[in-house]
Design a protein around this ligand. Sequence first.
Ligand SMILES: Cc1cc2nc3c(=O)[nH]c(=O)nc-3n(C[C@H](O)[C@H](O)[C@H](O)COP(=O)(O)OP(=O)(O)OC[C@H]3O[C@@H](n4cnc5c(N)ncnc54)[C@H](O)[C@@H]3O)c2cc1C
Length: 571
Amino acid sequence: MVDKISTDIVIVGSGLAGLRAAIEAAGRGPNLQIAVLSKVHAMRSHSVAYAGGTAAALYPEEGDSFELHAFDTIKGSDYLADQDTVELFVKLAPREILRLEHWGMPWSRKPDGRIDQRPFGGHSFDRACYAADKTGLHAMQTLYNTCLKYDNITFYHEWFATSILVEDGEFKGFTAIEIKSGELHVFKAKAGILATGGAGRLYSFTTYGHSATAEGMAMAYRVGIPLKDMEFIQFHPTGLVPSGILISEAARGEGGYLRNKHGERFMSRYAPEKMELAPRDIVSRAMMKEIMEGRGFEGPDGLDYVHLDLTHLGEKVIDEKLTEIKMIAMKFAGINPVNEPIPVRPAAHYTMGGVHVDIYGQTPVRGLWAAGEVNCSSVHGANRLGCNSSIDCLVYGFLTGKQAAEYASKKNNPGSFPTQLVVSEEKRVFDQIFHGGYGEDPYLIKRELQNTMSEKAYVFRDGKGLEEGLRKIRELRKRFGTGKVNDKSKEYNQNFINVLELDGMLEVAEVVVVSAIARTESRGAHYRLDYPKRDDVNWLKHTLAYRTPEGPRLEYIPVRITKWMPTERKY
Ligand SMILES: Cc1cc2nc3c(=O)[nH]c(=O)nc-3n(C[C@H](O)[C@H](O)[C@H](O)COP(=O)(O)OP(=O)(O)OC[C@H]3O[C@@H](n4cnc5c(N)ncnc54)[C@H](O)[C@@H]3O)c2cc1C
């Protein structure tokens, strides 16, 4: 018999978005019980790794404005962002910076004591608030400490959600495995928030932690919620070769140069005005063009690279503002950036697409919201600007926490409960996969999947390569079978969890590639060599992928434009 835990709100995911949502819900509903689940300890969520900064228009008196932040975001998105969503987002952003400040966030300061801001790619004003280059660690500590002040928030560290329970279009709860005991439990709740982060680990060369495996997207997709704009995966220009660990954009924000093997600052050919601080899609393509045309350096395992040069910044700036970058370069590449350039190439870094939600983060299922990188409210469109994601997590954490609390407070009677769904999930997880699973070695399948994505759905794509990628993913799905678990122990069985993760990854990878094949244009991070132009006549629209037994079925919805008509992007 599966153990039932009754609560009011369940939040799956404890990164920036999940923690921010928990605080909002707990504050607004002191009588509500809030459960926060995370498959790793909350403080090991990927958000702790974010380094560079968090965007907000803080100082209108100095020339920044909501209008400017919105325009930069929309232009950066290659006009695919929903403009009403962006307008809401930029207006809520400064309040989130100040809230963190009040909860104890040690933002770096200007000499006059106000919160300092640094430049970031694609922003026309220096608006990245930061805490040295450990912004995420400090933001997460601040949020986690704040959560601990609320008696009505309960953390379930190392619990793995396996499915969303939905009956007649209404949210009923989640099923989750307690990793410590290996037991399946049900979280029965009035409202739910998905805050499970991005899908970076679909790729082999990525800046993401190993936990970014896309279950939130897979779980939503399985209950009929469409995944939106999944063809748009961001490649961050400066992944450290060979590990993929991120060298934060703060390095270029503080004045770092990109150079090819002739020592040229090649960005002058691609973005003469913004140079290294052009948006990420443009810089990544420029780097790959240099590499493909023979002006890069030869790297290990085909990981050819260019140089990120910080040597002219001097030891003082590097030691004060880029301490983590220095540490990472020294530890993981044996390079001291004070004296030597750092080898870098574009790495999978952000999922612009995600679970389809409305402007306020509500999914099509009543009582279920999604916040943070897992959702696609379409703030970022086809390309996200640096430091706009962490603020997106905070803004949508706030919005969804607020709505979930209001909804749960009004709902006195939780209504019927779909016991049948729990029984079939128990069968799927234990009978079909854990005990009865068949298929090839999941770790080899995962490696092949990640290599396929890195090869066929990378910075440059074309129809032929994407079709090959799709065939390969479908072949891998067959070879994966139901998923084979070799380790039969109950407690702390990571092999079992990894198989469940890979099941979802295969599903989400297929959506990325099918969506990319269909979009016969180039926009933002989706660059088709066979369709190199943006095509607003046919493609100024969002992709929605619905799950069917034959694979994803695509539909499209229009982009909402308020006042910025699409024009050519120049930097
Ligand atoms: C190296 C790096 C640097 C970055 N730098 C910046 C930056 O400078 N500025 C910026 O704005 N953005 C940056 N980003 C992006 C930004 O950090 C992320 O988009 C953001 O932190 C995502 O937060 P999140 O709350 O959505 O999810 P995450 O922090 O990824 O957390 C996901 C949570 O979901 C949980 N989870 C997932 N699946 C399950 C499951 N099945 N069951 C239970 N729990 C589950 C995980 O345990 C985790 O708690 C960076 C990203 C990376 C990788």
